[in-house]
Design a protein around this ligand. Sequence first.
Ligand code: ATP
Ligand code: MG
Length: 451
Amino acid sequence: MNKNDYTPSETMAGSELALNILTRQEHSISRKRISDNALKVLYRLHGAGFDAYLVGGGVRDLLLGQTPKDFDIATNATPEEIRGLFRNCRLIGRRFRLAHIMFGRDIIEVATFRGHHQEPNNQVAQQSKEGMLLRDNVYGTVDEDAERRDFTINAMYYNIGTYAIHDYAGGMEDLEDQLIRLLGHPETRYREDPVRMLRAVRFAVKLDFDIEEDTAEPIEHLAHLLQDIPAARLYEESLKMLQTGFGLETYHLMREYNLFQQLFPAIAEQFTEDYSSKTEQMLDLVLDSTDQRIEEGKRINPAFMFAAILWYPLLAQAEKLMASHKMADYDAVMEASNIILDQQVKTIAIPRRHTATIREIWQLQLRLPRRNGKRAFRLMELNKFRAGYDFLDMRAEIEGGETELLAKWWSTFQNAGRNMRQAMANDLDSASPKPNRRKKNYRKKKSSSES
Ligand code: ATP
Ligand code: MG
């Protein structure tokens, strides 16, 4: 670790900030709004003589009158001590060692307070030459833990022993002013963990806050540091950014800060100044529809979103292959699928089960036009037909013309009864191009003459 890059005065806001304690009467958090499981964990830790706090998004969202996504707990108990208290406990994480207390599907995350690590030759904390923290397992006090948090509004602790809120960095004030403000020196904090840039944008959109000026300023220039983040972590983050109800706005703000471009280079190649490319239209359409589905409580599939936003970059790649390698349409699209996905998983590790679905949705785009004879009936049987059709419908909105006619045909076909479907398929047969028919007739004649 380079000590000069990481002096306490530069990184740590702690000593500069006065701890403000709000007693039970001075804040609005009621235990009724904290989940039973989180309360159970807090009380058990406290009962065993440890300090236990609700922290992070749980406190922030309750103070805003919103329902927290999850409840995170911080304590001075070590992971081993936590495990000693809970039978349903799993220790996880390499970068940070955390305890997960499992209540069926509900998981309460318990973290031991993290400390500073400026002692030389310290084997438990490590930093890269970009200033990024690679390993980080030094335990500390609650005060130290607070200084390690990302934003002021995420550094408030609800003490289960006193029901007071410990506000370490003026989080209350920033909540009122609706500001996302990093603790400490922004550039240093982004270099330690570039994902904080994504988090700043995510919270700004989700909470409808502004990013405070000094916190916003370095982002565009440091955005490239995201390239050093493991693809698996960026996959998780990208879902939180784009698939949790505010995807459309989050993408637009990410793009302004040059962040989206880091995660999706092939997509960014299609970006235009007036947001007019098909790729950009598709981004707007699919992210808007995902946000709506989440609002309506419908299921969402990340594969669908990735298939949609990568489709026109895929076609651009296929066109290049057709020009340079004289490939046929179908082969070019298949080859381009490999290229685009190989490239994308380098930054965002989309799991295999999803890339398989993405390919299926793409292949269906090539198959949906060929629907004569028994084909339409067979296509409808496919597992991913619905996703393929829904995507065709989005393309229709952008492309119009034949794509729109095709989408309409499929819409009518799906809603039609058996006889009507048969008639629609027959209509196509009688209108289908000569070579196909001749081949069929030829076969028929051949077989009849053989018999
Ligand atoms: P939400 O769960 O609604 O997305 P959150 O603030 O709870 O928001 P988590 O990812 O659950 O976010 O993290 C819990 C807390 O851990 C945060 O509030 C913050 O205090 C701290 N934290 C998370 N990620 C970082 C980070 N990259 N750097 C510093 N602190 C972090
Ligand atoms: Mg959380």
